[in-house]
Design a protein around this ligand. Structure first.
Ligand SMILES: [Zn+2]
Length: 320
């Protein structure tokens, strides 16, 4: 019986790109769940490989291209510059193939939950679909690697001006997920936000995650010293005398970012945030700003995932 694999160990020169792309040295993830006919020699990688996508409780098989088009429609505004869309396509392809390798979902390679894997939608105007499809095809088979393996291509909406390191947010020191500058995002729709909590509600939310916090008396005395991360978020804050991680506080308060500032008023406590999301890895609005300044997708990805390489997965072939 024939088995389908990815051709390994090729070095190719793309005639349309001014740089060398090295084919992934390992076989690509075994994401296809069923034997497929041998593809035409010139068929793009993304059209050859299928993903099992868990959506609304059932598994749909679709090509990587169809998956990525739906993912880009869900995850990034289609009117973003082409280079930002291309960068997102590469990040999303890498993210999905790594998820598929991880075996997180039984019977599926990825799901369509924003929180778990990546969003996906079939909805979009004809022009939006055309734009994102072009970005996917322009980057056919391109993935990001570090030390020869797929990276954890995390991404998010917008920063406060800097990204966070994986170490600061998740406790894992990952060489390509470091804190970097991310200017030009002040116009992002969710760049800044304010949430007002009554003193009682604030106290309830804090003591739910940290019963040791003594939130009695005047709220003006509740907020103690704040240790900031390199990315400007709260690393640790003392509330009612108890140390609380910024990530835990963000979750408890349900606010957009760990970059929080507090203002105590008669109405309660106002929490002002800058940035939206975990802020680790690729900033979508940062990519937009870079693209508008003339950066190409290679430059954008090298900025947000330092030390990584873009490689090209090659087409499948038949093996006896
Ligand atoms: Zn998932």
């Amino acid at each position: 019986m024939k088995r389908l694999i990815i051709v390994p160990l090729f070095v190719i020169l793309l005639c349309c790109a001014p740089f060398l792309l090295f084919a992934e040295e390992k076989p690509a993830p075994a994401v296809a769940s069923a034997p497929q006919p041998e593809p035409a020699a010139d068929m793009p990688f993304d059209a050859q490989v299928t993903l099992r996508v868990l959506k609304d409780g059932s598994v749909q098989e679709m090509t990587v291209e169809d998956y990525l088009v739906g993912t880009l429609l869900a995850e990034m505004p289609a009117d973003f510059p082409a280079e930002a869309l291309r960068a997102q396509a590469i990040a999303s392809r890498t993210f999905a193939l790594r998820k598929a390798e991880s075996g997180k979902h039984t019977g599926a390679d990825v799901c369509t939950s924003y929180a778990c894997c990546q969003g996906w939608t079939a909805d979009g105007t004809a022009s939006d679909i055309a734009r994102v499809t072009q970005a996917v095809r322009d980057t056919d088979g391109l993935i990001l690697t570090y030390d020869g393996t797929l990276i954890d291509a995390t991404f998010f909406s917008c920063t406060n001006g800097r990204t966070e390191s994986a170490l600061a947010v998740w406790g894992s020191d990952i060489p390509y997920l470091q804190s970097v500058d991310s200017p030009g995002e002040e116009d992002a729709p969710r760049y800044a936000d304010k949430v007002v909590f009554s003193a009682d509600e604030f106290a309830d939310r804090i003591t739910a995650i940290c019963p040791d916090a003594n939130l009695s008396g005047s709220p003006a005395n509740w907020i103690g010293s704040i240790e900031r991360t390199e990315g400007g978020g709260i690393g640790t804050v003392f509330l009612g005398g108890a140390a609380i991680k910024g990530t835990a506080l963000r979750s408890a308060l349900g606010v957009r970012s760990t970059d929080m500032d507090f203002t105590v008023t008669e109405d309660g406590i106002t929490v002002t945030t800058h940035g939206f999301g975990h802020r680790v890895g690729f900033s979508q609005y940062g990519a937009k700003a870079m693209a508008e300044e003339g950066s190409d997708f290679q430059t954008i990805l090298a900025h947000y995932y330092p030390g990584t390489e873009i490689k090209k997965l090659l087409r499948r072939t038949a093996e006896q």
